[in-house]
Write a protein that binds this ligand. Structure first.
Ligand code: CUA
Length: 190
């Protein structure tokens, strides 16, 4: 008798710990699921299952990534969409011009191998894969200059592959874009 009681209480103790861990794990999983739902609905963050493809063969002739369509453009809802083409070993545009305090959508794809796109000082960080369109929505709070290096090893010129992201005052940006006309595309150079 005197031997059984301590054993029983040890088993109870273990059961209690296991139950507490199970509750903790359930709470963590619930938080993760709610986070996914929240970011999906409120930040328009898409889970990886959202796949948008583009035909590489027609990339530079008839897709949205033709050279004349690359750069920053105004969308109907007043936001700005910037289209970027990555290829060994550069981004086009080489210098991306965007307005502060404006919803921005990045759309990027690759013409050859897997590249990466990372805007320093922000949470923009995505792979850029041939045949797929990488999208990213963001708002830059103030004028600034960022570097955008390729962060996926893509060949011997990888370390030299990077672009600039220049954020300027909202009104100056739209003034410049207006001068380019309805189908105008902006980058730092033009
Ligand atoms: Cu492109 Cu590394």
């Amino acid at each position: 008798m005197s031997n059984q009681n301590p054993k029983l209480s040890t088993i109870d103790f273990v059961h209690k710990i296991e139950r507490n861990w199970a509750i903790l794990m359930s709470v963590i999983m619930l938080i993760l699921v709610l986070t996914v739902i929240f970011t999906g609905l409120h930040w328009a963050m898409m889970p990886p299952s959202r796949v948008e493809t583009v035909r590489i063969a027609s990339l530079e002739t008839s897709s949205e990534f033709v050279e004349s369509n690359l750069g920053s453009a105004r969308s109907a809802d007043g936001s700005v969409t910037v289209r970027i083409l990555a290829q060994q070993y550069s981004f086009t545009p080489q210098c991306i011009l965007l307005p502060a305090n404006t919803p921005i959508t990045f759309r990027a794809t690759s013409a050859d191998v897997i590249h990466g796109m990372l805007v320093t000082g922000t949470n923009i960080n995505s792979m850029v894969e041939p045949g797929y369109i990488s999208t990213f929505k963001t708002v830059f709070p103030q004028p600034a200059e960022h570097l955008m290096p390729c962060h996926e090893y893509c060949g011997t010129g990888h370390q030299a592959m990077w672009a600039h992201v220049k954020i300027i005052d909202r009104s100056s940006f739209f003034e410049m874009l207006k001068r380019k006309g309805v189908n105008g595309r902006l980058n730092c150079v033009n």
